[in-house]
Design a binder for this molecule. Structure first.
Ligand code: URA
Length: 274
């Protein structure tokens, strides 16, 4: 059963207060204000220096047969090189990756899903149990909420949206991925971003922020501010799994998505008054 727009906004915890801008250029008085853009925002102003990366080593080729499997490479940083890989090559390399210990307990690596020519790139933390089984990001409960958030914006995972994670393999017990695991996996995400060329990146939760911006400040302090990665605007918000446990913060996430959409529109058509 598909949800109406109204139902989706209710699901997001933002109806009836929030009205999509398209629908209401003149908003009713009861509409709460969107998150104001940071005073005099300067894209990239808050972007910390990227951590130095260790010298890359070629990742082992995908094994043609099951045995013997190479031991995972346990290095801080990444043992992965992806320079110049196209989509099929990158997917093959991710599927056979042994660059960190997460490969030991995964059923499969979860590459990413969606429109490979997207406006939006959403980046989460890492696959959970459902994603590990199905091989697609955000297919569990958190994924349902993410889908509703996308639908409220009139987009979906196949339509102008790509969804990826900070790590491609499920951390055991759904623990937060460690910094070394995110660093090991980073070249894959970096290459995905280079191939996707999204117009905006939305970071869902602290792990994604750590992976892309190399920043460990609180989400609360980063929300509503413009960041940048490789010339692409970046917006930070809460992870959907967190929102499922902290329902009042859904409305903040909705504010963040509206901020992201405004940022995207300003970038695509800077002359229009969004
Ligand atoms: N949480 C994430 O961060 N990513 C997924 O793919 C699923 C749940």
């Amino acid at each position: 059963m598909s949800l109406s727009r109204e139902q989706m906004l209710v699901e997001m915890g933002v109806a009836p207060l929030w009205v999509l801008r398209d629908q209401a250029r003149q908003q009713p008085a009861s509409v709460a204000p969107e998150v104001p853009a940071a005073a005099e925002p300067v894209l990239g102003a808050e972007l910390p220096a990227l951590a130095p990366k260790p010298a890359s080593v070629q990742a082992p080729p995908v094994a043609a047969t099951e045995a013997p499997r190479p031991r995972p490479v346990m290095v801080p940083g990444s043992a992965v090189t992806v320079d110049g890989l196209d989509w099929p090559e990158l997917k093959t390399q991710v599927a056979g990756c042994r660059a960190c210990g997460l490969c030991e307990q995964r059923r499969q690596a979860v590459f990413g899903v969606g429109d490979e020519n997207p406006d939006w790139l959403f980046i989460g933390e890492g696959p959970g149990a459902d994603e590990d089984v199905q091989g697609e990001p955000f297919v569990g409960q958190a994924g349902k909420l993410l889908d509703n958030m996308l639908a409220a914006l009139d987009i979906s995972r196949g339509n102008k949206v790509y969804i990826a994670n900070a790590v491609k393999c499920r951390p055991p017990g759904n623990r937060t991925p460690e910094a070394a695991e995110m660093a090991a996996c980073w070249p894959y995400l970096e290459r995905q971003i280079a191939l996707l060329k999204p117009k905006i990146i939305v970071l869902l939760g602290k792990a994604a922020v750590h992976a892309v911006l190399h920043d460990d400040k609180s989400l609360a302090s980063m929300r509503g501010k413009p960041f940048e990665y490789a010339g692409i605007p970046v917006v930070v918000t809460y992870h959907p799994a967190y929102l499922l446990r902290n329902l009042p913060d859904k409305s903040k996430a909705w504010e963040d998505l509206l901020f992201a959409r405004r940022t995207l529109r300003e970038r695509m058509a800077p002359e229009l008054p969004f």
